[in-house]
Unconditional design. Sequence first.
Length: 194
Amino acid sequence: MTLEPVTPVYCSATTWSRFTAKVVVTPGCHYWIGAIADDGYGRFTAGGRTVRASRFLWTAHHGPLPPQVVVMHQVCDEPSCVRLADLRAGSQAENLATAARRDRSSGWRHTGRADRRGMAARSRAIRAALLDGYDPDRLAAVLAAGDPRAHWAALCRSSRSWPAVGCADPARLGGMGQPPSSTLSRTAAGGQAA
């Protein structure tokens, strides 16, 4: 799979060729495998300016944007995705509201669905997995490695006193945190879980 071979209106053929050489197209996202900044977003330099890869892609197709307008992910929430259909222009306030609504914000008080490695580490892990081309199993393993729900589920399954680590309600984890029934009965009877 490849990006559209047609050069966008607001971009030279040479610059477009440089850009597309740094993109791996998968059935879902088009991942940026070039430079990645500490915020997890790809960076691309064209015309002496370095901008987010997603912003470059948007402006190459739609024209320049005022500085206060951001390019937002409306579908996938992957900082390293440069699939044009997943992007839209909007305000930073809209972008933050979308992040909160989708439970993908992070910080010292909230992790939600944000990758536990951080956005930059996630994007760099994705890039490393895709440098030799698209391998669905390798990409799936990298994406799952930072899933906070999987982390808590594993902790709940392996903990000696699983309710003490916040897993008393396995429904919050979609059933992934439920320990074996033998552990439940021993813990409920006051014994140590194995």
